[in-house]
Design a protein around this ligand. Structure first.
Ligand SMILES: O=C(O)CCC(=O)C(=O)O
Ligand SMILES: [Fe+2]
Length: 317
């Protein structure tokens, strides 16, 4: 059940209990209109000069905590940290360095734990499948800049699917946050953004006959135009924190490799100021537990000596 803001006194256990049981939770009234305006301006400015165009339309930016300095405040905002602390059920939380920005990206069922239906034997970002692990608590915050309580363009989840490997299990459940609210969900949950419409799927089929360099920009522009004139723009930020243990560190490390592959040459080290602010707010950093420079250069090997959580969790690195 949504709460009226993270300061709601009744919020105590509700978020963490829901996250454990259902795999998601909605917080209302987290950001002010000014803050939403700042996030929107930063996204629009950024996509004028950068970003990755997706096949089939839409824009994405990986490593947004570094690539978009104007939104640095988002990651240490007191209300954001409060929501994560409520969701994770502890004050001791860790930032994974994962942050994405996206605009008008169409969805489809998937999990954010690095697994995919096409590689059913791969445990994704974790070294083994983590669906039965109670201490795997790696949670993503979705910040939609538009209200989605009157359309179906918010987030779909399959209830309870954070505890099963199958992509088909769990009743589909629509979560339409109002602008200013956020959703926090377990990265293991099966979820989807806005599903592709019939018209859009037909367009994509036709697009197969065109070279990607023609089809992708054409779809991105058409979608952006239709959304702008129908007042249905869809911009969202996603970023991930966890409890400080081996699961969170392993997620962070392997997700950094993913972000590097999506944005070659991006600097995955957190900016000094952001690092200081997070530390001041009592947030631990996953990047302190492996060598980011090694990942930058050779996709390096994690050093178990440097990871004090490696032997304390139930999962070995
Ligand atoms: O588009 C959305 O709302 C969801 C995006 C998502 O699930 C992702 O980027 O992993
Ligand atoms: Fe996702």
């Amino acid at each position: 059940m949504p709460l009226n803001g993270p300061d709601d006194a009744s919020s105590s256990d509700q978020a963490s209990v829901s996250l454990e049981k259902d795999g998601f939770f909605v917080f209302n009234d987290v950001f002010s209109n000014e803050e939403l305006g700042g996030l929107r301006r930063a996204a629009e400015e950024h996509f004028k000069r950068a970003g990755r165009r997706l096949p089939g339309g839409g824009l994405k930016q990986a490593n947004a905590a570094v690539e978009i300095p104007a939104i640095e405040w988002l990651f240490h905002h007191p209300r954001v940290l409060h929501c994560f602390r409520e969701a994770l059920g502890t004050d001791s939380i860790m930032f994974t360095s994962h942050a994405d920005l996206q605009k008008d990206v169409p969805g489809g069922w998937h999990k954010d734990d690095g697994t995919s239906e096409s590689s059913p034997d791969s445990p994704g970002y974790f070294s083994k499948f983590a669906y039965d692990a109670d201490d795997c608590k790696v949670y993503k915050m979705a910040v939609y800049l538009e209200s989605h309580d009157h359309d179906h363009a918010g987030l779909w989840v399959r209830d309870g699917s954070h505890r099963v490997k199958s992509y088909e299990r769990g009743t589909p459940h629509y979560l339409g946050p109002r602008a200013g609210g956020v959703i926090i969900f377990d990265v293991r949950i099966t979820h989807s953004g806005q599903f592709k419409s019939k018209l859009y799927r037909a367009m994509l089929k036709l697009g197969r006959f065109l070279p990607a360099r023609v089809a992708d920009p054409a779809f991105t522009k058409t979608r952006a135009f239709v959304r702008a004139v129908t007042n249905r723009q869809r911009i969202a930020y996603f970023f991930t924190f966890g409890v400080p243990n081996a699961y969170t560190i392993e997620f962070a490390r392997n997700n950094i490799l993913r972000q590097l592959s999506l944005t070659p040459g991006t600097n995955m080290r957190l900016p000094k100021n952001l690092k200081n602010e997070l530390e001041r707010a009592g947030v631990l950093l996953a990047e302190d537990h492996f060598n980011v420079d090694d990942l930058q250069t050779d996709g390096g090997q994690i050093n178990p000596q440097a990871n004090k959580f490696a032997t304390s969790g139930s999962m070995m690195m």
